[in-house]
Design a protein around this ligand. Sequence first.
Ligand code: FEC
Length: 307
Amino acid sequence: PKRTIGVLVMSYGTPESMDGIEEYYTHIRRGHAPTPEQLAELTERYDAVVGGVFPLRENTNRQVAGLQAALDRTVPGRYACYQGLKHARPYIEDGVEAMAADGITEAVGIVLAPHYSVMSVGSYVKRAREKAEALGIAMRFVESYHLHPKLIAALTERVGSGLEAVSYARPVKLLFSAHSLPERIREMNDPYEEQLLATSAAVAAGVGFVDWQFTWQSAGRTREPWLGPDILDTLQEVKEKGYRGVLVAPVGFVSDHLEVLYDLDIEAKAAAKELGMVLERIEMLNTDILYMETLAESVVSQDEWQN
Ligand code: FEC
């Protein structure tokens, strides 16, 4: 009989309801509960965006289903997808346990984030690997897919239509963005920045638009320095140079969620308006077919148990 290859699809995770925000935030802070002020502030951000609905959960569910369908088109019946979330249930470890319970002995892990950092994808992989080793599952991982031609094509298409949508506010600056990380990743020779710049350059070349730069967003509120410049400072700088329109392409993210719907659509948009500029952002990939195929092809490339 043919063996089934498990596919552990990992994503950031989001609370299941407003009541779950404290537990979620505590998990992100590695077991340290937030202060009441911090909790209130995060709750307000969720309230402002979604009013009690957490779009990342539904989007991740749909992406996992979309990847399953893409894999089934490639090799029918060979792959079975399981979900594992970094900061919410089902946790990464729960996903590995579910594979073991179904008798899976070989699996591929992939994260719904295209760029590798030891602090992002690296920590997902470490947790999955430890659990898989404990349960006797042989596991391989997709570490990044930031230059996959289908990913670049999907992003290029979105940036192209985004530029058209803001063309009434020329001159337009194209800003690629991603989640900031503590500056100390530089001492670790982390590929994160380089991979993000490579994606940005490939997409800009794809649309043939040269007036772009890269900026960070959503830096954590800790005392250590985070990678900059932050998008709010970049907007100020862009304004001073005489731009009237900005298109943001958050290429470090693949889904509609808090960091896009609040940090960009509410906070950055308001900042741009204050400066007298128009800010638009590209549509997120969500279940874009080219993105689903990017994931499927990346998974198959790590399936060393073929034949
Ligand atoms: O919609 C949602 O409910 C979840 C949105 C969400 C995504 C996301 C992605 C990334 N994060 C990354 C790194 C960090 C680091 C810290 C950190 C903190 C938070 C907090 C919230 C949050 N993150 Fe997140 N992140 C999302 C949400 N993130 C909420 C806590 C409050 C705050 O600081 O705003 C700092 C942790 C610490 O204190 O030590 C570091 C990275 C990504 C993109 C890659 C990925 O998806 O894994 C990197 C989505």
